[in-house]
Ligand binder design. Structure first.
Ligand code: AHR
Length: 324
């Protein structure tokens, strides 16, 4: 076990070396009892992959609010227009700035090992935010705080199995290779995969959802249910169904994930059928984890953000209470 102390300059670098060795060996790093530095402030570099979209904007706002100076954080924030290369550059900047912890919301799962090795060698722990990664690197990251995407897909699939067992499903997928896409697809397919007649990505955007669904309704005219990997795409799909002269909720049903206010309104209006919640407002939960990681405490490998489900019985009060 290696102790991480509040030190400066050369001594700090020496401790960082010991921390790096400990992370590589998967050894616990003991609490320093002082947060990130001797002033108690935890310096966090957060690489978010994009700021746009209702869910992502709410997630960014929640994290920013929780990592405020008043809560003992100094936050360096960056968003990268869906560019993985930009996120890798962010991480290198954070390493050069010698932050206490890196928070990474990765746009896709693969391709992080090189930069995570650099962070590990520098003794800077990484916490994954929302989406996960695939890696063979021991000690690549401390933990992941975010929803269970596979379970979200399974719950959507169970709804379809139970309420629309004969439906012919078009699966409107999120950004290919992202944790949210692979997890939701695996979960849904495990339960209702035999009902899927076609699939394509709408990139998690409303315009993508609309255009791809329009093409799908032409390619597979007998499709009567869309499983959208998020609400923005689901709302785009509803537009496409109408534009094709078909009735959402009657001719083509739409099942989705996220639980934005706009989606719950569409649910209450009968345009959507069922929504599995993916809660983006986990900033406080993340802040607690980052504090502990910066202090060298051991944290669970996985911190799951829970989510509920909504159907047509959603109330006005529940819709008004939405923060995103
Ligand atoms: O990673 C979570 C997903 O990313 C949300 O469901 C989606 O809306 C966002 O783009």
């Amino acid at each position: 076990m290696v102790e991480r102390r509040c030190v400066r300059g050369g001594a700090r670098r020496l401790v960082r070396g010991l921390v790096a060795a400990a992370l590589a060996a998967g050894v616990a790093v003991a609490p320093s009892g002082c947060g990130g530095r001797d002033d108690g402030v935890v310096r966090v570099g957060f690489s978010q992959f994009v700021a746009a979209g209702s869910w992502r904007a709410a997630n960014t706002a929640s994290v920013r609010a929780a990592l405020a100076p008043a809560a003992g954080f100094e936050l360096t924030f960056s968003d990268e227009e869906q560019r993985q290369e930009g996120q890798v550059e962010d991480l290198r900047r954070f390493i050069a700035a010698d932050v206490d912890v890196i928070a990474l919301s990765p746009v896709v799962q693969d391709g992080w090992d090189e930069v995570l090795l650099e962070a590990r060698d520098a003794g800077i722990p990484v916490v994954l935010v929302d989406r996960g990664i695939t890696t063979d690197l021991p000690g690549a990251y401390a933990t992941r705080v975010g929803a269970d995407f596979r379970s979200e897909g399974e719950r959507a699939g169970r709804w379809v199995r139970e309420h629309a067992p004969g439906a012919r499903v078009f699966e409107l997928q999120g950004t290919l290779g992202s944790g949210a896409q692979t997890g939701r697809q695996q979960g849904f397919d495990a339960v209702a995969g035999d009902q899927v007649v076609g699939a394509a990505t709408g990139g998690f955007t409303r315009a993508g959802g609309r255009d791809v669904t329009a093409a799908a309704l032409e390619a597979w005219p007998d499709v009567d249910l869309v499983f959208a990997h998020n609400d923005d795409m689901a709302l785009g799909a509803v537009e496409a169904v109408r534009a094709a002269g078909r009735r959402p909720g009657v001719d083509v049903r739409v099942v989705s994930v996220d639980g934005t206010r706009e989606a719950l309104r569409a649910l209450a209006a009968g345009d959507l059928e069922h929504v599995v919640e993916c809660d983006p407002a986990f900033g406080e939960q993340l802040a607690g984890v980052l504090r502990r990681v910066a202090a060298g405490e051991r944290v669970p490998d996985r911190v799951v953000v829970p989510g509920r489900e909504f159907d047509r019985t959603v109330t006005a009060a529940e819709i008004d209470a939405r923060t995103y």
